[in-house]
Design a protein around this ligand. Structure first.
Ligand SMILES: C[S@@+](CC[C@H](N)C(=O)[O-])C[C@H]1O[C@@H](n2cnc3c(N)ncnc32)[C@H](O)[C@@H]1O
Length: 224
């Protein structure tokens, strides 16, 4: 199968992979990890309780994912990340905090949504502070583009929510323009979030705020 896009939205960084993160990856992956698959993944079977599924794409070090999972025990969270030190960090804390409503996929979200999921299985997708790729020649590497939005629409149930956030305003403008090309995405005001989900302050948001950047959230509901 040929993937929809060839420009990766990430670079593999494993420079600061601590011994504790490596140990956590080896020890807790069997409990919290969803193994790579060449076919469709039945996500419900990896969770203790069947509940609506929300995907956190590119959770980084995962602290906001953990706080969200504790805030909303009525939802199941699938964290998707390619950064293995971040996965190690999350696995260690999932165990220490005894959190049961999070499972982790170590993969690029694009092929995952393109080849390994059924349509209409998600209640929400969160893409918080995706890498901004500010240089013009790198814009093609940005994750949130029309191809990704179409995969997201396919995976979301009707009335499902797509929540985007960034501190890089030119990226927000391009996300808005791409979403405007998808007629199934209906903009929703943040305070009317149908998921009623409060975005915790994320690590990259804190960095953006320190640099004096303005943070913008974009919320869409899928109308199929
Ligand atoms: C700037 S960080 C933001 C992390 C976190 N959401 C936060 O706000 O602190 C973006 C993350 O997205 C991950 N990422 C980028 N492209 C991805 C992809 N195609 N699939 C999965 N993760 C991706 C990167 O590895 C990185 O950890």
């Amino acid at each position: 199968m040929t993937p929809l896009r060839s420009n990766r939205s990430f670079v593999i960084r494993e420079g600061r992979f601590t011994a504790a993160q490596k140990k956590a990856l080896a020890e807790y992956w069997p409990r919290y990890g969803i193994p790579e698959s060449t076919s469709k993944i039945e996500f419900d079977r990896f969770f203790l309780k069947k509940q609506p599924l929300v995907m956190d794409v590119g959770f980084g070090n995962g602290d906001s994912l953990l706080s969200l999972a504790q805030q909303r025990e009525d939802l199941n969270f699938i964290g998707v990340e390619v950064y293995r030190p971040g996965i190690g960090n999350v696995l260690r804390k999932l165990d220490a905090l005894n959190i049961n409503n999070v499972r982790i996929v170590n993969n690029d979200v694009n092929p995952l949504l393109e080849f390994n999921v059924d349509a209409d299985f998600l209640r929400g997708i969160l893409v918080w502070f995706p890498d901004p790729w500010p240089k013009k020649r790198h814009h093609k590497r940005r994750l949130v583009q029309k191809e990704f939005l179409q995969l997201a629409i396919n995976a979301l149930q009707t009335q499902g929510v797509l929540h985007l956030a960034s501190d890089w305003y030119p990226y927000i403008e391009s996300m808005r323009a791409s979403a405007a090309q998808c007629e199934q995405l209906v903009p929703v005001e943040l305070h009317k979030n149908p998921l009623n989900l409060q975005r915790p302050l994320t690590r990259f948001e804190q960095r953006g705020l320190r640099l004096g950047h303005k943070v913008t959230d974009l919320l869409y509901q899928v109308n199929k």
